[in-house]
Design a protein around this ligand. Structure first.
Ligand SMILES: [Zn+2]
Ligand SMILES: [Zn+2]
Length: 259
């Protein structure tokens, strides 16, 4: 079974490489984060997403989840499952699906069925889950709210997603052990001169990405995401010298695939 990863645009028809919101589509049925999920995909296509794995509660990773389930629910044939660590699930349920900002779709049935539209599934850190043949292992990273990076594996390929993080060790150490590691999607939010803000807000800079990637002890493609849109050009300039180490911005919309 192959592994495919697509960084979704922030909204449908957005052909820029601007990325204020984060969602990856993994194969056909899995989404990692829901920043742009409900803005980038339409109802029928959204209904093919059976599993939404949230790395943390921040709005750029959860903003479109209420819209996604609302767009999808009449097309669903089974519940959309949302997986996250307990504090993230609690935050999303309390602050988004609280019957004030949005209704709690786990309380509603898919039309014509006895199944709920949405199911909340706790995903404890360091315990892997298997979704449609894809194994996902959440590893805590360094961010102001509880956050996990994800190690995503099929039998033949492993890809790592750091999510939002400052310098962190465990996920890089786990990644270094993977014999079939194909790529790391790492965040790179701020330019080098804003390193203090990066540290205070739990993010990385190009220089720090290179430092972190060196923990792998070998070269694999390092795709940078979460580039703050207003600083994208500067970040691209600062990442350019690391191209020979395989470090470059990820291309939004492109399907990265490994057999
Ligand atoms: Zn964040
Ligand atoms: Zn973020």
């Amino acid at each position: 079974m192959s592994l495919q990863v697509q960084l979704l645009p922030t909204s449908s028809g957005d052909h820029t490489q601007s990325q204020p919101l984060t969602t990856y589509r993994v194969n056909r049925t899995i989404a990692i984060d829901a920043g742009s999920l409900g803005f980038a995909l339409s109802g029928v296509e959204l209904a093919t997403i059976e599993h939404v794995v949230l790395t943390h509660s921040h709005l750029d990773h959860t903003a479109s989840l209420p819209i996604a389930i609302d767009s999808a629910f009449t097309h669903l044939t089974r519940p959309m499952r949302v997986y996250a660590a307990a504090p993230t699930l609690a935050a999303v349920r309390k602050h988004l699906f609280n019957d004030e900002i949005w209704v709690d779709f786990s309380q509603f049935k898919i039309p014509g069925t006895d199944q709920p539209c949405l199911e909340w599934v706790e995903m404890p850190p360091r315990q892997s889950i298997v979704l449609d043949g894809v194994r996902i292992l959440p590893i805590p990273v360094t961010h102001p709210v509880p956050t996990v990076g994800l190690i995503v594996q099929t039998e033949s390929a492993s890809v790592v997603f750091t999510s939002d993080t400052w310098k962190t060790d465990e996920i890089w150490a786990e990644a270094a052990k993977l014999p079939n590691l194909k790529a790391v999607f790492v965040e790179c939010s701020f330019p080098d001169e804003m390193e203090k803000l990066a540290r205070d807000s739990g993010h990385l800079t190009p220089r720090l990405v290179a430092e972190e990637a060196a923990k792998l002890g070998r070269q694999v493609p390092i795709y940078c995401v979460h580039l703050k849109p207003s600083m994208r050009e500067k970040l691209q300039q600062q990442l350019a010298p690391y191209a020979d180490r395989g470090i470059a911005p990820a291309e939004i919309g492109k399907i990265y695939a490994w057999p």
